[in-house]
Structure formats: C-alpha cells, structure tokens
Write a protein of this length. Structure first.
Length: 293
C-alpha cells in the first residue's frame, strides 16, 4: 500500500510540476520583481534603477489622483460585480432546463465573451453615441431624451458597467453546469411538499449552489478590480472627472505615459494588496453568514 501511495504521489507531482514551474516563472517571479522595483527610481527605459527607499511610498500617500482612482475602482466593483453575478446566475438558471431553441439562447449568452475586449469597447462607442446610438434611440421611444453617456461621471460609470454585463460566458457556463448536476429527485420531492418554483429556488437551488456562487463572486471581484483596463481606456480614458480612472488605467498612465515604472510598480503592489483585503473580507462575511454550511 505504501508503495502504491508513493507512486500515486509521484505521478501527481510529475503532472503538476510543469504548472508549478509556469506559476513560479510567470507569476511569482514577476510579482517579486514588481515589489523590488517599487522601492527604486526605475523609469522603464535605459537607466539602471537606484534604490530610493520609501520615497515612492511617500509620493503615493500624497497623491490625490491615486485616491480618486481607488474611489473609482471601489465604486466600479460595487456596481459591476452584482450586475455580472445577477446576469450570469439568472441566465444560467433560466436556460438550464431543456426548452425549444435553448441551445441558440445559450450560444447568444456566451457569444460576447469570445469577442475581443477592444472590439466590444469600439462597438459600445457606437451603442452609447448620444446622437445616433441605438441605446438613446431606444430611450427615445419611451419619451426620454437620452444621456450623454461618456460625458457625465455617473453615466460614464454606468456605461462601463453596462459593457461588462455582456461578457459573462464563463460564469454562465459554470452556473449552467452546476444546476444540471443537481439531483432532480430533490425538486420532485419539494413539488410533492407543495413548494413552488420560487420556493425551490430559495430553499434548494441557491443553498446547493452556494459554493459555486461564492467562487464566482471571488473570481468576478478579482476580474472586475484588476481587468477593467480596456473598457475604461477605450471608452473614456479615465474621464470625465476621473470617474473611470480605475487603478489599472492609472498604473498604465504612470508606468508608460509618464515613464514612472517604479511608481507604477508600487501602485500595482497596492492593487494586489487591496484585492487580497476585499477577497478576505468577502470570505469572512460568507463564513459569518454561514452560506457554505
């Protein structure tokens, strides 16, 4: 038995070794270099970096634009994550049951996910055009004059969230697969007890899918906080009034627009720390609410 167990462990390590090497070279090592550069004056050009101690930290603490960027990022997470989760979970549960044309509806939900981010952002520049965009024309059918979407801070935030509400294919597929794996006999027993569709959703489906939903919430929080560069950069470039100056956009500006590679590295490290704090708070809240029990 010991020999068999040792052989299985050796096989597992041999299978995981390439992935461990890839993580070390492509994730861990760049992260360590990023932290090291944060305490230098590196510009990303030819000059060798010089150690400057906490000079970049003091600059960061006095940076008013960074505060605007953090505020914009947190607001974006608070708006986008619930919208994306509601769309992915709602559509996943709605299209899990066999229905005529269900395959084409599922393809339609997943299709925006395979569209490149830049192409989707350019498409939304047309959709949100205040003069001839279809969204304002649709609002005009109901007597609303429409919005200048990308010129007002509030509607600019809504515009970015609206764009990110469409590429939800990964979460949709996970919810769809998890719902189909649930035992149908549980729903038959609930129906015999007089439990209707909404009661089954509240008493069976959501509690049984709680681990999947927590995983998706963590994944979407990380994605929304760190991978929002393309929509913000293409649609608004951080404007108006820094309303969409999310941290990835600000990092890009500092590192490449202003040749402040070291300062951008420090903000990147702060972004990783902020993400870790938010995820830890989310998991502690889930544990306190006993969602996974």
């Amino acid at each position: 038995m010991k020999a068999v167990r040792a052989g299985r462990q050796l096989t597992a390590w041999a299978f995981l070794a390439p992935y461990a090497v890839a993580v070390a070279l492509l994730v861990a090592l760049p992260a360590l270099l990023n932290v090291g550069y944060a305490f230098t004056d590196h510009t990303g050009l030819t000059r060798d970096p010089q150690f400057v101690g906490l000079a970049n930290v003091r600059r960061m603490l006095a940076d008013g634009f960074l505060l605007d960027s953090v505020r914009a990022s947190l607001t974006h997470v608070a708006l986008a994550v619930p919208v994306r989760m509601l769309a992915a979970v709602g559509l996943g549960l709605l299209l899990a049951a066999p229905r005529p044309g269900g395959r084409w509806f599922r393809v339609a939900v997943y299709l925006p996910t395979v569209v490149p981010d830049v192409a989707l952002a350019v498409l939304f520049l047309w959709v949100l055009n205040p003069l001839y965009g279809p969204l304002n024309q649709l609002l005009g059918l109901f007597g609303h004059p429409g919005f200048t979407w990308l010129s007002d801070p509030t509607t600019a935030r809504v515009a970015v969230v609206l764009m990110l509400a469409f590429p939800i294919g990964e979460g949709f597929v996970v919810v769809l697969a998890a719902r189909r794996m649930l035992d149908g006999r549980l729903y038959e027993a609930a129906a015999l007890e007089g439990c209707g569709p909404f009661g089954q959703l509240r008493r069976l489906t959501l509690p049984l899918l709680a681990p999947v939903l927590v995983l998706l919430a963590v994944r979407d929080t990380i994605l929304t906080l760190q991978v929002n560069f393309v929509p913000a950069y293409v649609l608004t470039d951080g404007r108006p009034a820094n309303a969409t100056l999310y941290l990835p956009v600000y990092i890009f500006d500092q590192a490449f627009e202003f040749s402040g590679f070291a300062y951008g590295a420090l903000i990147s490290t702060a972004l990783m720390a902020l993400t870790a704090v938010i995820i830890t708070a989310l998991l502690l809240m889930v544990r306190r609410w006993r969602v996974l029990r």
